[in-house]
Design a protein around this ligand. Structure first.
Ligand code: ZN
Length: 401
């Protein structure tokens, strides 16, 4: 009996050792300079909130919802012609999601080893990152210490309708991100109230302000994303146990009354909606696999041209309402075509409107990482809003399996 007990203890210890024996290879551009006694607590606070966010993220993916037994159930198409309705799948059954969860769990199991790949600054020297405003910066001494330039200054310099939308977003950022409600699927508040250092210290990118192909000015000035973990984030792990880490985990904020046109990319993607709508149809999304019958397909050299007519009855059927308690989790397959529309006119808008999501890509280290926007057949401009009679053209490139 005694011997068997010792044997069991030894096996448990071996199991623990095995689980904790991962090798972490940081990306080469992680700054390894030691922090001063004054800086270290600022880094520790940011790191601590990063771990909370990653843990809540992985837990949410693995918590059974819908018809799934050991996984959350994700919307994978808003319209499937086979059933005339939405299509759902158990999200961790996808190999790329399974790997993302495995790598996040490895970080959580050995945080001190993973922390060597954590940096106060981002991994992309070519893209400027920002803090939304002085008010957001003041939420955390870490954010003040990092001292990213302010988006409020950036948008003021741009001016015009793009700058104006950006000023509205930066000025209301605290309130918009403070309005999130993550209680339905997360144990902790993962919004800015719960994790103020994370949301104020992470580097925000005004992704479309400079991109004339990205639809109208209000959307271009009214969209931000940030990356916590991944090749361009703060936690930059290239490999765990010789396996490439494709996980890219962060958050997005889209200003109310904007339309993110249909777009696509090689990496698979996950969105978790955190903002409760002020009216049922306030935040809507479209998600269709590239080979969905709703599109017309034309083969090109190394790609497909995919077209869709914008008939209104289709638009109403193809979009679904996003909500943090109901249609909260979405998974995009490679080259899936998706759009986010926050233009519904709620009769009474009590608070500044914006759509906040926890966001991730799963294959950030293979194929192309570019996001391409679909266009009207006449070319880019102010259109691409899925208006009635408006045709949309998407030029997809093949990916390497
Ligand atoms: Zn996307």
């Amino acid at each position: 009996m005694r011997l068997r007990k010792i044997g069991a203890v030894a096996m448990v210890l071996m199991g623990v050792q095995q689980a904790n024996a991962a090798t972490f290879e940081c990306q080469s551009n992680v700054r390894s300079a030691p922090y001063s006694a004054l800086q270290q607590p600022l880094v520790d606070r940011f790191w601590g909130e990063t771990l909370t966010y990653l843990k809540e993220y992985a837990d949410a993916l693995e918590k059974p919802t819908g018809a799934c037994k050991s996984s959350a159930e994700a919307l994978v198409q808003t319209f499937d012609p086979a059933t005339n309705g939405a299509q759902r799948r158990c999200i961790t059954k996808y190999r790329d999601v399974e790997l993302l969860v495995k790598h996040v769990r490895a970080v959580l199991a050995e945080p001190d080893k993973a922390k060597r790949c954590f940096d106060l600054h981002n991994g992309d020297q070519d893209t400027a990152v920002y803090t939304p405003s002085r008010a957001v910066q003041s939420l955390s001494p870490t954010s003040s210490h990092i001292g990213h330039p302010l988006l409020s200054d950036y948008y003021r310099k741009i001016g015009g309708p793009i700058g104006q939308a950006g000023m509205e977003l930066a000025g209301n950022f605290r309130e918009i991100v403070g309005n999130v409600d993550s209680s339905a699927h997360f144990k902790r508040d993962i919004g800015m109230k719960g994790l103020p250092t994370l949301w104020s210290s992470v580097g925000w990118v005004p992704l479309y302000a400079d991109n004339p192909d990205a639809g109208d000015a209000r959307f271009r000035g009214g969209y931000l994303y940030a990356e916590v973990m991944g090749p361009w984030g703060n936690l930059r792990i290239k490999r765990i146990d010789d396996e490439l880490v494709g996980a890219e985990i962060g958050m997005t904020v889209q200003l109310g009354n904007t339309s993110y046109p249909m777009h696509f990319h090689h990496s698979q993607e996950i969105y978790m909606t955190l903002t409760p709508p002020q009216c049922v149809r306030q935040n809507r999304m479209l998600l269709l696999n590239w080979d969905n019958d709703r599109f017309q397909h034309h083969r090109r050299d190394r790609g497909w041209t995919v077209e869709m007519e914008g008939r209104q009855r289709d638009v109403d059927r193809l979009f679904v309402n996003q909500d943090p308690s109901d249609e909260w989790l979405t998974y995009m397959e490679r080259n899936a075509i998706h759009a986010f529309d926050t233009t519904a006119d709620c009769n009474r808008t009590i608070k500044p409107a914006g759509l906040v999501t926890a966001w991730a890509r799963t294959s950030a280290r293979d194929n192309s990482q570019a996001t391409d926007i679909c266009s009207p057949p006449t070319g880019y401009g102010e259109l691409v809003r899925m208006r009635p009679d408006e045709k949309t053209v998407c030029k997809l490139e093949d990916w390497e399996p």
